[in-house]
Structures are given as C-alpha cells and as structure tokens.
Write a protein that binds this ligand. Structure first.
Ligand code: SAM
Length: 409
C-alpha cells in the first residue's frame, strides 16, 4: 500500500508521523486508473469520456488502447486541462507506427452536470473521484445528466469510502474540496436507486485493500460499475438534440511541430491520431513493409544462387567478417498455417537482372495481408512508390544492389 493522505489532490494535509501514514502500492490513483484500463481491455469501448478528468492523466493512459476511437475529457477547471493537455498530441512514434483505427481526443471545459450533445452515444463514461466534489445542487443534477441524458452503455463512478478514514491520521474529509464522503451503505443506496431509475444494473467493488486486521472497513476507494440494461448507449437521434453544445473546447499552447523548436501556437484541443484508416498513412506503412519484404526475399534469392554456385564449383563460402553466415536472422515467427500459405503462394523469380516478387506472394505474409484486403488494393496503394512488372502482378527491383558486396554476393 502507498498514498493517500500525503498525495491528496490539493496536498493540504499536515505532515504526519511516517509510521502512521497508510501507503498503497501501487499508489491509489494508479490503482484507480488500472481498474479503468482493465475494464477497457475487457469491454473494448470505442467512445470513452472522462468527466472530471483533471490534468488528463487517465486520458493519456487510455489513448494507447487500440479499440478506442474517440476520447473526450471534461473538467470544470480549465487550468488543469491546459496544464498537461498538450501531451495528448501525437508524437513522432505515432506517425512512424500508425494505429489501426482512427483516434480523436478532445478536451472540453465545462461541468459534468451540464448537457452537451457531443457526449451522447458513448460506450463508457468514467467519473473517477468526481462526485464528492459536487455540492448538493450539482449532485442532484448529475444523475439526470449522466444516466438520463448521456445514457452511455457503461458508467464507472469511484468515490472515497469514508469507513476507511479512521485508518488515516487526522482525517475528517480527505480533500478540502470534498463536499461529502460516503460510507458503503450510502454509496450503494444512491447507486442502486439511480440504476433502478435509469434502467442500469450496478456492481460494487473498489481499490485500495485495507490493512490486515481492518478488513471490515472495505476498500479505500469504492467503485460502482453501471451497465445499461440492453447493453447499448441510447442511439443518437434528432438534429436539434445534437446541436446542444454547452462545453467550451479548450485551447492549449502547443509546441508547433512544423516550426523551429520553442515556437508555440494556441490551438483548440482536438488531436487526430494517424491511423491506417487514413490513405496516406496506410500507403506509408504498406510501401515500407512491401519494400522490406521484397529486400528480404531478394537477399535470400542471391544467397541461394551463391550457395548453388559454390556447390557447383566445389568452393567453400569465404569466412569474411561480414559474410552472410554471420548475419543473424531475426525474422518473424510464422505459425504452421502461415508457413503453408507462404509456401504455396507464387514464388519470386528473376528475368535478366530484374528480380520479381508476385503481389500474391506478398499477400501471403501475415503482416501484409493484415494491411491489404487483396491484390487490387495492394497494387493501387503502392503503384506510385515501387516498380511493378508490365502486367502489374509483381513488384520489380534490380537483382543486384550496390551494397551486396557487404554480403559477399
Ligand atoms: N479524475 C481525475 C483523476 O482521478 O485523476 C481527477 C480527480 S480530482 C479529485 C476531481 C476533478 O473533478 C477535478 O479536476 C475538478 O476540477 C473536477 N470537477 C469538480 N467539479 C466538477 C464538475 N462539476 N464538472 C466537471 N469536473 C469537475
């Protein structure tokens, strides 16, 4: 265990003797994020919104999940959103290895108790350590907005369990901004009432195990997982309903990627990630993978030619420092089915000093078949970037390369 008192949101607790501080390992906030990440793994939501997202830490962790295509963060504190919001923009690595599916991330400044139609139709809405910050008026509005109006397929609500508090030194409320902290009975009564009213089912769990001997107090953070009966978010309908835009898109100072380092521009925070759904990134990845595969087949072809020549002449391969015998093979590992598919596909061949790899052969490799549905698609995407045979059925390259001497060909 580690956390919680000294790591509170405001950090306003007085220093307490070290031996009295309950520490959670991993820290409690990480356990909460991990809990959400496990749910995402399990349910693979496409659209996820984090209400009361604070400094966007959870959003940063969720953006790597391949199933998520839309991530929205909402917070009432614009400065918190701005603080690290720029870290949500794609990095160089995101361009070098684009995602399979599109991902858009948007940050909104607004309150979780206001209706905004841009959050309709979501698969998962998380409210991590949010409700205890709402005053009684907002707490009364919250269920009507989140359960009733937004009505996502799943809602996760976490909040402190006050039964755990006596284990902390000098604690009445864990944070100076908390308006209340509920015991398990209070949270479960509220949750069951809302679930019943808005047609959800709810399960209770938590993170932050109590220490040995104090098991009866329950988890430090209590969590309700609400699932809409019928499993689906309320479908979007009616254009007037979709025009309800209350939240303000957050503008953030971002380091400009295309200008000299240190140049900043203010932009409304919506980040679109490169993905294989976008033609230019698919093309980039496909051309790169085709070229890599063709090169690997060309080198293997030359190696076989050399072995045959050596066999016929009765000469032994030279033991040069960088001969092919010393090149480690770290190729992909294929399953038996994949191996059979590659073996039965059309073989690479040579005419004069040109080396050809049939597109059907390339499509037999799992990495390429994942990127390309069929030969026609492959041809149209790579045609401008690589040489093709006259009938367009094979990639064509020079059999010999300037650097072949390195491999002793
Ligand atoms: N969910 C984040 C996390 O777990 O790291 C931050 C939790 S922090 C304890 C609570 C957050 O709720 C703060 O960032 C606060 O600004 C935000 N908040 C409070 N009232 C809100 C409201 N009515 N609507 C949206 N956000 C709110």
């Amino acid at each position: 265990m580690e956390e919680n008192i000294q790591c509170s949101d405001t950090g306003d607790f007085e220093a307490v003797p070290r031996e009295k501080v309950i520490q959670f390992k991993p820290p409690l906030y990480r356990q909460r994020y991990q809990f959400v990440k496990d749910l995402v793994d399990q349910h693979e939501p496409k659209k996820v919104a984090d209400l009361g997202c604070g400094d966007t830490s959870l959003i940063r962790q969720l953006k790597v999940y391949p199933c998520i295509e839309l991530l929205v963060g909402v917070d009432i504190d614009e400065d918190k959103l701005r603080w690290r919001g720029d870290k949500l923009a794609p990095f160089l690595g995101d361009f070098l290895k684009p995602r399979d599916l599109d991902l858009t991330i948007t940050l909104y400044h607004g309150s979780a108790v206001e209706r905004d139609s841009r959050l309709l139709g979501f698969d998962l809405i998380t409210c991590i350590e949010l409700i205890e910050h709402l005053d009684s008026g907002d707490l009364a509005r919250f269920p009507e907005v989140v359960f009733g109006y937004l009505s996502p397929a799943m809602i996760v609500i976490s909040t402190p369990n006050s039964e755990f508090n006596p284990l902390f030194p000098i604690v009445t409320l864990r944070d100076s901004d908390h308006k209340f902290e509920w015991n398990r009975m209070q949270f479960q009564t509220w949750s069951l009432y809302m679930a019943n009213r808005y047609n959800y089912s709810v399960e209770f769990t938590g993170v932050g195990e109590p220490p040995a001997g104090a098991e009866n107090v329950g988890y430090c953070t209590q969590i309700g997982i609400f699932q809409k009966n019928g499993g689906k978010a309320t479908p979007l309908c009616g254009s007037e309903q979709l025009d309800q835009h209350v939240y303000k898109a957050v503008s953030i100072l971002c380091e400009a990627a295309v200008r000299p380092t240190g140049t900043f521009i203010r932009m409304v925070f919506t980040a679109s990630y490169p993905s294989l759904q976008q033609e230019r990134f698919l093309r980039l990845v496909l051309v790169n993978e085709v070229s890599r595969q063709v090169e690997s087949l060309r080198v293997r072809y030359l190696r076989k030619l050399k072995e045959r020549e050596d066999g016929e002449l009765g000469t032994k391969p030279k033991d040069a420092g960088c001969s092919q015998a010393h090149i480690p093979c770290f190729g992909p590992v294929f399953s038996e089915v994949e191996k059979a598919r590659i073996k039965t596909s059309p073989k690479p061949f040579c005419i004069g000093d040109k080396f050809f790899v049939p597109l059907q052969r390339l499509l037999a490799y799992p990495k390429l078949s994942r990127l390309c549905a069929d030969e026609e698609m492959m041809r149209s995407v790579i045609a401008d970037a690589v040489g093709l045979s006259s009938d367009g059925s094979a990639v064509m390259v020079d059999l010999h390369d300037y650097f072949d001497y390195l491999f002793d060909f």
